[in-house]
Design a binder for this molecule. Sequence first.
Ligand code: PLP
Length: 447
Amino acid sequence: MNMEKLIELDKKHFIHPTSSIQQQQEQGPKMIVEKGEGIYLTDTNGNVYIDAMSSLWNVNIGHGREELAEVAAEQMKKLAFSSTFSTFSHKPAILLAEKIASLAPEGLNAVFFTSGGSESNDTAIKLVRHYWRIQGKPEKRKIIGLGRAYHGVAAASTSATGIPEFWNMAGKMMVDIYHADNPYGNGKEKAIASLRAVIEREGPETVAAFIAEPIQGAGGVLIPPKEYLQEVRAICDEYGILYIADEVITGFGRTGKWFGIENFGVTPDVISFAKGVTSGYIQLGGVIVSDEIHNVLKEKSKGTLFHGYTYSGHPTATAVGLKNIEIMEKEGLVENSRKMGEVMLEGFKKIKKELDIVGEVRALGLLGAVELVADPETNKRFAPELQVAPKVIEALHQRGVICRAVTYEGTDIICFAPPLIMNEEQVNTMVERLHDAIKEVRESLSR
Ligand code: PLP
C-alpha cells in the first residue's frame, strides 16, 4: 500500500492519542514508522532517525531485540494467557514479581501488576486509600501531587497530573486530589512551604498520600534538589502520610540506577512502574508496596480486594519483562546509562558555552533536558508565539533526531531519553545535531 493511501486511511479511521484531531485531519501523520533497530527508527520513505526519546521514554534496551520476540513467541505457544485473579497464578508473573522485589529499594517486596503507567497510578492511589480505610481511617483519602506532574490519563492519574491541560477533556476525574508547588521555578523552600500549607489546609488526618515522579518527565525533565525529596519524606513521616514515587519513566535504569528515587537517598512507601520494565515491547506496569503496607493488607484486608485488570500479570508480558531485565543486567545497561548520561551532560554544557540561547542544562543518567531562553543571565523566556522549542524539534527532525519539546507555562525545553544502549559516538552525534539545530533556530530569530 502506498503512502497516500495509508495517510488517507489514517485520517479517516484512526484517532491518535495525545494529538490535535484537527491537525491530523489537515496534515495526516508526519511520519509512518516502519522499522526499529537499536537506537534507530526508519520511516516508510527509508529515512533513518535516532530515537532520542526511546519513543515514549520506554524502549530502554533499544529496538529490534530478537531475544524478546523469541521469548514472547515461546510463551505464547506454551501459555499465551491465563488469569492471575484470586487463587490462580503462573510462573512468569511469580518470577517477575520476585525479580522486581530484588531490584527495588529495601523494604519494598510485593508487586501488583497492571498494563501500564496510568493503571499503575490509579492502583497506587486506590491501594493507599484502602490501606487507611482498613485501619479504621476512611477519612484519610486525600492525595497531594505537584504542579507540572504527569501521572497518566485514567481517572485518578488524570486528577493527580499537575498539568491543567489534561483536565480539559472531561474535567478532573476524581475528587480529593490537590497540588502543591513544584520546586522548579519556585525553589526548594517555597515548594516545601507549599506542601506543608496544603497538608495543613486540608488537615493531615484526611491526607492519604503524596505522589511525585522523582524526576518529572513530561513536565520537562525537572530534577529536584536532593534535599527537597528528603524533606518531603520527612514531612510525610511527620504527618503520617504515605509517599508514592511514580517511577514510570525513571524506573529500570533510566537515571543510571534501577529506580530514580535511589539518586535521592529516599525510600518511598509505594513505587509505580511501567514503560522500561518491558522496554515497551509489550504492555506491562505495576505497583510495588512496602512490607508495612503488605502486612496491613495481609492482616486487615477482609474478603475480596475488588481491584484487578484482566491483564494483571499477563503471562506473555511478564515473560518479556523477565527477559528484558536479564538483558539489562547482562549488558550492564544501568551503569551504561549513568556513564553515557555524563557524556550527554558534558555535551549539553559545551553547547551552552557556545550558543547564547541555552539556559539550564541537566541530566541524570540518560534522562536530560536543554532549556532555551532569550537571556541565559536572567533566564528570561522567549515569547510563546516564537515557538522556539518546537522549531528546534523540527530542525532536529530534519537532521535525523527525534525528541520532544515541552512548552507548558511558557517554557522552551528540549527533552532527551535515548535508549540505554547508546555508545559514546552515538551520544556525541546526537549532541552535535542538537548544537546545529539550536544554532539554525538562533540565527532565524535574529533575522
Ligand atoms: N507516569 C509517568 C511519570 C509517565 O510519564 C506516564 C506516561 O508517560 C504515565 C505515568 C502514564 O503511563 P501510561 O501512558 O503507560 O498509562
